[in-house]
Unconditional design. Structure first.
Length: 105
């Protein structure tokens, strides 16, 4: 069974046991799971259920593996031609690492 979920403007195709990195969010202290309720499609051995825009009463539950995970460093260069002026800026996005444990339709 697989599902297509939407989180923070991005779509992910997930199935049980998959590990994915989603944008960091505020969670209550001691939270062990996170629930994704914006499910766009649920598929399996039978016909797929496609939402308009969301599948009713469908949710995906994932267990939190790493509550604050840093992604790769991204560099950005500002260069002004013929001015001998440049600037290098670095950034590391923080993510939440999740293992998908249950898909219910």
């Amino acid at each position: 069974m697989y599902a297509v979920i939407e989180d923070s403007g991005q779509q992910f195709r997930v199935s049980e046991g998959d590990i994915l990195d989603v944008d960091l969010r505020d969670l209550p202290d001691g939270a062990e799971t996170v629930e994704f309720d914006r499910v766009l499609l649920v598929g399996g051995e039978k016909a797929a259920k496609v939402g308009t825009p969301l599948v009713a009463k469908a949710k995906v539950v994932g267990e939190i593996l790493d509550p604050e995970f840093k992604g790769p460093k991204v560099h950005h260069y500002d260069l002004r031609r013929r001015k001998a002026s440049k600037r290098k800026v670095g950034h590391r996005q923080k993510y939440l690492r999740v293992r998908i444990s249950k898909i219910s339709a």
